[in-house]
Design a protein around this ligand. Structure first.
Ligand code: FPP
Length: 257
């Protein structure tokens, strides 16, 4: 038995880590982030909540750069949930203006970096200025082939699943598909994320240990990384720490080791 183990150990490839301790051959393809803690960050400083969102927006470009440089293929950021409409109107309005502000200053860099801007969520309820900013960015980065920067805006996982089920029911009624065909891959083809692999890693900042209606189907086998760091304080180094932690986990997808 011991002989077997040592043989196996000899066979495994030596891991070469970069100067940050990251194995560049095993970077997660899809990283999803619940950017939480903006309000608390502002409160700690005696500032209005919107100041926290403004500071949070600045972190989006920092983490986008870090993910892109590591070779992440898809970075999905939870920027506004279907539940966030319950916030005071001034805060909602401020959040809705952030894509415009962010893309106004960062779009050129995203274009240069070959990044593709995308959106996940129901755009029908968004103000015209938000949709316009996102659509323009999507259009201008449409032919890019690098990392996908995916903004989850007015996104809710239960709404996404309900829409998928409704569409499947309709397609069965119209005899486009039969109920026997329903399986995981068919279900996935009805989700907003159909073009992307499931997230390998979910990061949630600010110490909250919840999924908050985010990608409930897609996160089934993702590694979860929770940190107490508030989103406006979240730095490249914190992102690298999440990647290192991910690389130290053994992903089994329900099978034995
Ligand atoms: C949750 O923190 C955060 C949000 C609801 C908004 C997140 C948005 C950003 C970080 C900026 C997005 C940028 C672009 C470009 C779209 P919270 O307000 O719930 O914080 P709290 O739990 O401390 O109150």
């Amino acid at each position: 038995m011991l002989e077997k183990i040592s043989k196996w150990m000899q066979k495994s490839e030596p891991v070469s880590l970069d100067q940050r301790g990251i194995d560049l051959s095993r970077v997660p393809s899809h990283v999803a982030v619940i950017m939480d803690g903006n309000g608390r960050w502002a409160k700690k400083r005696g500032l209005p909540r919107i100041a926290g969102h403004q500071a949070g927006m600045k972190k989006v470009i920092e983490i986008t750069r870090a993910a892109d440089e590591l070779g992440v293929k898809v970075l999905t950021l939870y920027a506004f949930s279907t539940e966030n409409w319950k916030r005071p109107p001034e805060e909602v309005e401020f959040l809705m203006k952030l894509p415009q502000e962010f893309l106004g200053s960062e779009l050129n860099e995203l274009i240069e970096k070959n990044i593709q801007v995308r959106m996940l969520g129901d755009e029908s309820q968004l103000p015209a200025y938000t949709t316009k900013a996102v659509k323009t960015a999507m259009e201008k980065t449409r032919d890019n082939t690098g990392m996908v920067l995916n903004f989850a805006l007015n996104y809710g996982s239960r709404a996404e699943l309900i829409d998928a089920v409704k569409q499947i029911a309709l397609d069965i009624k119209n005899q486009q598909i039969s109920s026997e065909e329903i399986n995981e891959s068919l279900m996935e083809s009805y989700l907003l994320t159909k073009e992307y692999p499931d997230p390998d890693l979910l990061i949630r900042t600010s110490g909250e240990l919840r999924l908050s209606n985010f990608m409930l189907w897609q996160l089934a086998y993702s590694e979860l990384f929770f940190t107490d760091v508030l989103w406006p304080d979240f730095k490249r180094e914190n992102f690298y720490e999440a990647i290192r932690e991910y690389q130290n986990r053994s992903r089994r997808f329900g099978a034995l080791k």
